[in-house]
Every structure is written in C-alpha cells, then in structure tokens.
Design a protein around this ligand. Structure first.
Ligand SMILES: Cc1cc2nc3c(=O)[nH]c(=O)nc-3n(C[C@H](O)[C@H](O)[C@H](O)COP(=O)(O)OP(=O)(O)OC[C@H]3O[C@@H](n4cnc5c(N)ncnc54)[C@H](O)[C@@H]3O)c2cc1C
Ligand SMILES: *[C@@H]1O[C@H](CO)[C@@H](O)[C@H](O)[C@H]1NC(C)=O
Ligand SMILES: *[C@@H]1O[C@H](CO)[C@@H](O)[C@H](O)[C@H]1NC(C)=O
Length: 508
C-alpha cells in the first residue's frame, strides 16, 4: 500500500472518532436508506494493508479526495467518507469485503456524471474511484477490446480510432464508458451496431460479497447487466465487440432557428425521420437554449445533423432543414474521433466541466413528437428564463437517434426495455445553487417539461432511460414490463440480497 503524500492517517482517524457515535453493529447495510446519525469506525490502516502497493486512499480535505469526489452535478450528490483508488480487481474486491465487514456503504465512481437522486442515499460511504482502471487493449484478431472499468469515452474512442477501429461509444468524451453502457449506452453508431450493451462479450465483475466473476452469455446475470448493471456489481474490465472504421469522416451541420419555426421543425422531423425512416447513418440532436449572440431575449432551437461517410449531408436531408429558414447554418467535416468538438461534447466543452452547478433532468423516451406540445415547451422555456434568469443556462436536449441496429437485437435478450423508442428527451436544467427557492423553481420547470412531453404522447405510461433518469421514476418506467422487473428482482435477491448496489436506480 502506497500512502500518498496527501494521506494523513492521524487526522483521518481523529475525524472518524468524533463521528463514531455508536458501535458498528448498530448501523449498516440492512438499512442503507436510513439517515443514521452514527457511523462505523473504520480501521483505515487495516484497509491499506489489504490493498496492493500502488492503491491509494484519500482522506477528506486532501487534493485527491477533492478531485475524486468532484461531480458533474452538485444536486443530490452522495456523501463520501473515504476515497479508495484501486489498481486492480483484487483491490476492488478487498475494499468491498472490508466495507461489508465494517458495515460501511460503498459506491463505485468514475467521472461523477451520474445524476440520479438515489445516489444521495449513499451517506458517508467508501467511494471506490475507478480512475486508475483505464486501459484499452485491442485483441489480436481486432474483433474485441478489453476496456478498464474506469475508461473514459474519449480514451476508448481515440485509442480504437488510431487503430482503425471503433466501438459503440457515446457523444460525450468525459463520460465513463462502463457507467453509460451498464444502463444501455446510446451512441451515434447505434443505427449500425446497436447499443453499447449489445457489444458486451464478457464482464469481469466484483459482486456484492466481494467475489470476482466473469459474466458472459453463459451467466444468468449477463441479461441483467445489459441495462440494469449498476445494481449488480462493479465491472473492473469489459470485453466489447469492436468494428472496423468504414468511413473516416462525418458531415456535420448545425441549423439554428428562431422560436417561430417550432411547429415546422417538429413536423418535419415527424415527416422525415420517424424510426422506420431515419437512415442508420444519420443522427440528429435538438436543443432549445438561450444563445445570446443570436438572440439575447428568446431561446433558439438548434438542430444538429450528422451523417457518416459524407463530406456534406445528403441533399435530401439538408433540404428538409434549409427549407425551414434557419437563422444560421454551420457546416463541418469531422473525423469520428473529433466529432465531439462540434457536438460540444469534448473534454473542454461546457457539458464536461464540473464546476458546482446543479443539473437535473426529468427525461422521457418517445416515438413521435406532438407538435403542439413542442410549442408548449418552447413557451414554457421562454417564460421560465424570463421569470427566473438564473435558469437561463438550461437546455431542452433531444437525442433523435437511428434504431436499425438497436431493433435488430431481440428486446428480451437484455434488461434494457426501450428498443422501440428513438427519441430521448433529456431536458437539462442547469443553475448555480442559490438556496431552496431557486431549487423549487428549477424543479417546477423540470417536472413541468416532463408533464408536457408525457401528455403529448397520449399514453398512460411514461418511459425513461435510466442514465438520464431523475430518480423519482417507477420501476416500470425505467425497466419496463412486469416480467422484466420480476426477473430483475429475483436476480437481485440472489446476487445482492442486502441491497449493497442500491444507489443507482435500485431494484427494490
Ligand atoms: C454530458 C453528458 C453526456 C452524456 N452522454 C451520454 C451518451 O452519449 N450516451 C449515454 O448512453 N449516456 C450519456 N450520458 C448519461 C450517462 O450514461 C450517465 O450520466 C452515466 O451515469 C455516466 O457514467 P459515469 O461512469 O461517467 O459517471 P459516474 O457518476 O462515475 O457513475 C455513474 C454510475 O455508474 C456506476 N459505474 C460507473 N462505472 C462503473 C463500473 N465500471 N462498474 C459498475 N458500475 C459503474 C457508478 O457506481 C454510478 O452508479 C451523458 C451524461 C452527461 C452528463
Ligand atoms: C440526517 O440526520 C441529521 C441529524 O439528525 C440531520 O442533521 C440531517 O439534516 C439529516 N439529513 C437528511 C438528508 O435527512
Ligand atoms: C442569464 O442569467 C444571469 C443571471 O442569473 C444573467 O447575469 C445573464 O445576463 C443572463 N443571460 C442572458 C443572456 O440573459
């Protein structure tokens, strides 16, 4: 065990002693959701002795602790007593066993981009920070790659691209590949290859009791890991199918519209890009946002369209959007690994910064736009940022993705239940925290967006992608039909009977 310079055992033990108001047998895992006022006394030196020489432990107040607990959203963040940085799978297993012995909650963290409010239920637990498990190794036959449980989307995309390969990775460079994959994994390549979960070959995983196992198609847990994986273990490395890069370049065009165009935009999207019409190589993303350089008062609607293997969008698609009279049009040609730059999703872009803002969403997955509801959303957005300027950095984001690859895979084959949906609403409320009044306004705005979108579907049931979820969704909303939930519950009972992995959309 290598104790970092920042690690001060004495200070740490003192701070714990002050908090250890009761014996460890009084607290614990059987009631992780209870707001316990006493905490277990952890013998940190003992934990250190069980870990490999280069594993690290960071105490509160140290630079490593601060960095390791920085989150994308400050809203409903988990609280952490200790950060452990494992160097290998045994370190993860030993930390879990140690936590279990001392009845301390624990939680894997990679980039801290998770927002679901159930994370808040982790109070003063051990954070297992996957930061050092970032390797990407391409197999000799070039058909698979082994990716560390803490690898960033950027690392994976760039490493593979340099070798003429690509994986089903997300938009955003700063998100962890595993964190996104375990909930499904939406990607600009999903039209061709399916979701990230459809690329899983095997998952080296540490389970709730600290045992290490390889989960593959012969394991009953494989199904559950594909969509509800956060509930069952910590993946230390995953073998993914990878694909040859067929086309280096993608055409990119951003069309910016004024509010008058709302009806035309969403009618055009309904008419030309329904799930059964959208070509596998065309990916669309829409944002309602305030863009002061274009209009300081009224939000604009930006439609990003990208198409694989082209120097310009096919004229038939470009026309759909140019006919709607955009205020501005920006066109680029980008290689796959540089696309995040124009999509505002590279490491340097706004969405990748962790600066203490509150972010949350009340998402919804749908199949078609209700044009009148889209107008209502636009008016709500405009009225809200006028009345509450502090919310003017929010965006209503919509991923409008192709589904051929997603629907080519049988829906029963994975826990992920939303293969029939192609439009993912991720309205992202963003603001600097400033007291409960503002929180209330933000929450009102966010949940009103969900109401409008849901009403517009005309359906009773709502449907939400777990990785965008707020945290108040029902299990059917997140995980689908009763048979899926029953199966998830049975597996949960068998593999995580004490609910140790209950901090991210828990199956209870
Ligand atoms: C800016 C932005 C862009 C996004 N883009 C996409 C996108 O393109 N496609 C998409 O599908 N989603 C996207 N998401 C949603 C994303 O999938 C979730 O935010 C996800 O939780 C991020 O995982 P993380 O590991 O980066 O974050 P973290 O907060 O570190 O982890 C989130 C959850 O995953 C668990 N976890 C992380 N790694 C592991 C592991 N190795 N084993 C077990 N559990 C693990 C953690 O315990 C935690 O419960 C985006 C989110 C943001 C904020
Ligand atoms: C938990 O309990 C403590 C002590 O009663 C209290 O100060 C704190 O606000 C509570 N936290 C939550 C989130 O309920
Ligand atoms: C957004 O709101 C902030 C106050 O929170 C204000 O300072 C800023 O000028 C606003 N931006 C625009 C473009 O109105």
């Amino acid at each position: 065990m290598w104790l970092s310079k920042r690690f001060k055992v004495a200070a740490l033990l003192t701070s714990w002693a002050a908090n250890a108001l009761c014996s460890s047998s009084d607290v614990g895992f059987l009631s992780p959701h209870k707001n316990t006022t006493c905490y277990p006394k952890l013998n940190v030196e003992e934990l250190a002795a069980r870990l490999s020489p280069h594993a690290e432990i960071y105490e509160p107040g140290s630079d490593g602790f601060i960095e390791g607990t920085l989150r994308w959203s400050a809203y409903h963040a988990p609280t952490v007593s200790l950060v452990v940085v494992p160097r290998n799978e045994e370190d993860v297993a030993e930390t879990i066993k140690f936590a279990n012995e001392f009845k301390s909650p624990f939680f894997a963290v990679n980039t801290g981009h998770g927002t679901i409010t159930s994370q808040r239920k982790m109070r003063r637990g051990i954070e297992i920070w996957l930061d050092e498990l970032r390797t990407v190794d391409i197999s000799e036959d070039g058909k698979t790659a082994v990716v560390g449980g803490g690898a960033l989307t950027k690392t994976v995309a760039e490493t593979l691209f340099a070798a003429g390969k690509q994986a089903v990775t997300g938009f955003c460079e700063c998100v962890g590949l595993l964190g996104a994959s375990l909930g499904g994994g939406l990607s600009i390549l999903q039209g061709k290859h399916g979701l990230a979960i459809d690329q899983f070959v095997s998952l080296r995983t540490v389970l709730a009791d600290g045992s290490i196992t390889t989960i593959d198609e012969d394991s009953e847990l494989f199904w559950a890991m594909k969509g509800a994986g956060h509930n069952f273990g910590i993946v230390v490395s995953a073998t993914y199918k990878i694909h040859d890069v067929e086309h280096q370049n993608w055409a990119f065009t951003a069309f910016t519209y004024a509010g008058e165009a709302v009806e035309d935009i969403f009618q055009a999207l309904n008419d030309n890009f329904r799930a059964d019409q959208q070509p596998a190589d065309v990916v669309i993303a829409v944002a309602f946002e305030l863009l002061p350089q274009v209009d300081p008062e009224n939000p604009v609607i930006i439609v990003l369209v990208i198409q694989e293997g082209k120097d310009a969008l096919d004229p038939v698609f470009a026309e759909v959007f140019t006919n709607l009279n955009p205020l501005a049009t920006q066109t680029e040609i980008m290689p796959f690994d540089k696309l995040p730059i124009v999509l505002y999703a590279n490491l340097e872009a706004g969405p990748c910064q962790r600066v203490g803002l509150n972010y949350f969403r009340h998402p919804q997955s749908i199949k078609e736009y209700n044009v009148a509801s889209q107008r209502e959303l636009y008016e709500l957005f405009t009225d809200t940022i006028r009345a509450v300027p502090a919310l003017n950095g929010s965006q209503i984001l919509i991923d409008h993705f192709p589904t051929q690859g997603v629907q080519a895979i049988a829906s029963e084959s994975a826990a992920y239940p939303h293969r029939d949906k192609n439009i993912y609403f991720a309205p992202t409320i963003a603001y600097m925290p400033d007291g409960p009044e503002l929180d209330k306004e933000a929450m009102k705005f966010s949940s009103r967006i969900r109401e409008i979108v849901h009403k517009g579907t005309g359906e009773d049931k709502r449907s939400a992608y777990v990785n965008y979820a707020f945290g108040d969704e029902s299990l059917p909303e997140l995980f689908g039909e009763p048979w899926r939930i029953e199966r998830l519950r049975e597996l949960k009972e068998k593999y995580d009977p004490y609910g140790r992995f209950n901090f991210y959309a828990p199956i209870e």
